[in-house]
Design a protein around this ligand. Structure first.
Ligand code: ADP
Length: 474
């Protein structure tokens, strides 16, 4: 069953469970004709949807929020089967995804314009906020439900219509989110889903169509850069949530055990497949030993396996290419002198052989010439790097083209403020491994992207400002 109601191609493709390799379903394999039909539907639905009151749009989102919570158990199970993360993490993600629906249901009612004092007594100046129009959204597989609501909720709250292309690996989760929107009463054409095994032809139609006024993308820097360049030809608004290479900085005034527990939790979140996962763990030399001791002990205790099984902390990687990247990064680091304290290879064994599992890994002896020092890892490898001074670590942390998340552990308030202000990242967690919420602006600087998602900034991305100057006869 599909909710891609514009589907014209009739082709389907098969989706697999990354933990077992098993086929778990088939979905529409949309092509350029489907994409054109979806844009037609979105353009046709736009005036009606933009013309609804904010209260009506809000009511649909509130209903969708309720339905998502009602279906949370099934959604989480589906996510674990399709994407691999442990069931508890999948439940957390569904909660986070639902938060965007309720938060933007409220924010829909607060899209205020302004009345600006005019230099002329016979003039009134109004700044209206209006929906940008038809939106094209492209989402990744690592957070297959929340990355959809983070875009769809503010877009439809603002009065836009949206065509969304999910990642080819996780279309089943996307279908269930769109089923919720449909069941909540979102009118036909307001949000249309295009599942496909071949993203470029579908993406090209969305990017080249002048009626699409906005591109919102979450994924790799490489693809995001290419899509933004193409979107420039039709002068679309663009927001991009791209890769990260997060530094996790631990000063020697921090409790090394507490910091190591935090590092282990956030590093191995989603098997390291999150753009906010630490990629470089900098530890001040004086506490390196106790930090490593706790980190290795915590990571060694993490059970690898199918996310449906009890007690599993680290699920599979999404595909073979991801596994190969882990092997390549470890081999490169080893060849250049890194020491493998834990893991370092594929996780095999009876029930793991058919899946894409990699052992949770801790590396030391990392140097700047290693690939892992510069490349986004997107997997369960924790490279630990000692440092000596505050100035040195700020320079090291900023020595990347990425600028999404960063973390600082210290009990010194002055130092926390100084370092947070100097880090060139869109997000800084101070003694905090989860600096995200539907109400807060999430996004990066430098090669990590443009724009923000979440909070009031998140709906701004879907609004244009129109100046209305009114001459008033006296
Ligand atoms: P990752 O490497 O994490 O899979 P990608 O940037 O390749 O990240 O994928 C993120 C999203 O971008 C997915 O939905 C994917 O299908 C989509 N995508 C990849 N290449 C293209 C393209 N040429 N045109 C449109 N979408 C694309």
């Amino acid at each position: 069953m599909t909710v891609t109601d514009t589907e014209v191609s009739g082709r389907r493709y098969t989706v697999h469970n990354p933990a077992t390799g098993a086929e778990i379903g088939t979905v529409p394999d949309c092509g350029p004709d489907d994409a054109r039909a979806a844009v037609d539907a979105a353009a046709a639905a736009l005036p009606g949807w933009a013309g609804r009151t904010a209260y009506e749009r809000s009511a649909v989102l509130h209903r969708a929020h309720g339905l998502m919570l009602e279906r949370a158990g099934d959604l989480a199970r589906l996510m674990t089967i399709e994407q691999g993360k442990p069931l508890r993490a999948a439940r957390n993600e569904v909660g986070y995804a639902a938060d965007f629906l309720s938060w933007y249901a409220e924010e829909a009612k607060r899209v205020y314009g302004t009345l600006i004092p005019s230099p002329r007594s016979d003039q009134r100046l109004l700044a209206l906020r209006q929906p940008v129009g038809v939106v094209a959204a492209i989402t990744p597989w690592n957070y297959p439900i929340s990355m959809i609501t983070r875009k769809v909720a503010p877009a439809v709250a603002a009065g836009c219509t949206i065509v969304l292309k999910p990642a080819e690996q996780t279309p089943l989760c996307a279908i269930e989110v769109f089923r919720i929107l449909h069941d909540a009463g979102l009118p036909a054409g307001v949000a249309t889903l295009l599942t496909t095994s071949d993203p470029a032809p579908v993406g090209d139609v969305l990017l080249d169509d002048h009626r699409v006024r906005k591109l919102t993308f979450t994924g790799s820097t490489e693809i995001g850069r290419a899509l933004a360049a193409r979107a420039a030809a039709t002068m679309k608004r663009v927001s991009l949530e791209l890769g990260g290479h997060a530094p996790f900085v631990v000063f020697d005034d921090a409790d090394p055990k507490h910091a190591a527990k935090g590092a282990a939790l956030v590093k191995f979140l989603n098997a390291g497949q999150a753009c906010i996962c630490p990629n470089r763990i900098y530890v001040q030399r004086g506490i390196l030993e106790p930090f490593l001791e706790t980190l290795v002990a915590r990571v060694a205790g993490m059970r690898v396996g199918d996310g449906l099984a009890d007690g599993v902390a680290v699920g599979p990687l999404i595909d073979e290419a991801a596994l190969a990247k882990m092997e390549r990064q470890v081999a490169d680091a080893r060849a250049k002198g890194a020491e493998v304290l834990l893991g370092g290879a594929r996780a095999t064994g009876d029930d793991l052989a058919a899946g894409h599992f990699f052992q949770p890994t801790v590396l030391t002896g990392i140097t700047r010439d290693m690939d892992i020092y510069h490349e986004e890892t997107f997997g369960p490898i924790a490279p630990v790097i000692p440092f000596d001074t505050e100035a040195e670590v700020v320079e090291l942390a900023n020595d990347t083209r990425y600028g999404l998340a960063s973390y600082v552990y210290t009990r010194d308030l002055d130092r926390a403020v100084r370092v947070a202000e100097q880090l060139q990242f869109g997000i800084v967690g101070v003694n905090d491994i989860n600096p995200t919420a539907a109400a807060a602006p999430f996004g990066g600087v430098k090669d990590s992207g443009l724009g923000r998602e979440g909070g009031p900034a998140g709906i701004e991305e879907y609004l244009d400002t129109k100046l209305v100057g009114i001459s008033v006869a006296r």
